[in-house]
Design a protein around this ligand. Structure first.
Ligand SMILES: [Fe+2]
Length: 362
């Protein structure tokens, strides 16, 4: 996947975080096989298609480059010796393309001398398989490369989104120092306490990173106002949940965070926004994040009031059980508190925020 932009037409449907999806999922990924031996090409294609991959083929480097103008394969598997453009030249050409640098590239070749392997690895090729190759070896190599590629993309995506979210938060002034990181840390502690699985924790992380991203649509004079907001300003502020949801909807990687982004200001008693959902109608991730978000907001200095102590904020969360918050979430938070998890995160968030303000004011 590649991030190509954050459009800023905020009052219309054109704004959003746009990602180009290059089929990086391990299952069902599109692969390009480049091989001049017809029997070998058919054999590779059959093995890979038989295991759920979508396969396109080319018989030399030149044809492969033509195919790359039409599609974004998740992986390229190429022979080296081919008529016309060989595998080495193809590899170099692919790496020079704007979207070619990140595509895993595997050589599958009969040329298996030490020098050949060394030359291929020196070029930076991701893997090198020598023929004859079993279907098991082939599948293992392809899956390992796709898996690794997905992991790297995910780390990069999170880093870019986090930087973007922090930049948006920074418009609201110093209170938001490390807000995204803090909310994520508290949320993950709660998710682990509730024994959420890896996929749900991942969605929660995207929710924590993006929960306030819609603030990009809220005027800066409202975000950074030091006094209490008037009714019109509150109306503007409440829109951040809707802007944020619009920004990520329809995005294959971020869709799972949408319920958190839209509903993190709903209240258990139905008095929240934007949709006045109540009780278990509020998506579970949003019920969880609401506690993490509120706890960090209360324990942070605001322009018009000093931070509450962690103890005071904890008591405030307890007092809002069944009003603002899901009682089951409050109980989970209480268990994390008594185990010392919350205090530990609070301490590390405070020390990072102090470091940041020293850097900012230096
Ligand atoms: Fe928010």
């Amino acid at each position: 996947m590649t991030i190509i932009g954050l459009a800023k037409g905020l009052r219309d449907s054109a704004f959003g975080i746009y990602l180009v999806k290059t089929e990086t999922q391990v299952n069902g990924a599109t692969l390009l096989i480049v091989e001049d031996d017809p029997a070998m090409l058919v054999a590779f294609r059959d093995i890979l298609e038989g295991n759920g991959f979508v396969v396109s083929t080319a018989t030399n480097g030149t044809d492969a480059l033509v195919a790359l103008q039409e599609e974004n394969p998740a992986l390229i598997m190429s022979d080296i010796s081919m008529p016309g453009m060989d595998g080495i030249e193809l590899y170099k050409a692919v790496r020079q393309r704007p979207n070619g640098a990140a595509i895993p590239f595997i050589f599958v070749t009969a040329r298996g001398t030490r020098e050949d392997i060394f030359a291929a690895k020196a070029l930076g090729v991701d893997d090198y398989i020598t023929k004859p190759v079993t279907s098991r070896e082939l599948l293992a190599a392809v899956r390992a490369r796709l898996q690794r590629s997905d992991e790297i993309m995910l780390v990069q995506l999170k880093a870019v989104l986090r930087a973007m979210a922090n930049a948006i938060e920074a418009r609201a002034g110093e209170y938001t120092l490390r807000h995204v990181e803090a909310v994520n840390a508290y949320s993950q502690a709660l998710g682990l306490e509730l024994e959420w699985d890896q996929d749900d924790l991942e969605s929660l992380e995207f929710g924590a990173i993006l929960h306030d991203v819609g603030k990009i649509g809220v005027p800066e004079k409202v975000l950074s106002k030091t006094g209490p907001l008037n009714e019109d300003e509150w109306a503007e502020m409440r829109m951040h949940t809707i802007y944020g949801a619009h920004m990520i909807e329809g995005n294959p990687y971020l869709d799972s965070a949408l319920p958190v982004v839209r509903h993190h200001h709903e209240r258990w008693d139905g008095g929240g926004y934007p949709d006045q959902l109540a009780g278990e109608d509020i998506p579970i991730g949003a019920r969880l994040l609401a506690i993490a978000d509120t706890f960090h907001a209360m324990t942070s200095d605001r322009p018009y009031r000093a931070a509450l102590s962690a103890q005071e904020a904890f008591e405030e969360i307890l007092s809002q059980s069944e009003q603002q918050f899901d009682p089951a979430m409050v109980e989970a938070f209480e268990r994390c508190w008594h185990r010392g998890d919350i205090a530990k995160i609070h301490k590390s968030v405070q020390s990072i925020a102090v470091d940041d303000s020293m850097i900012t004011t230096a």
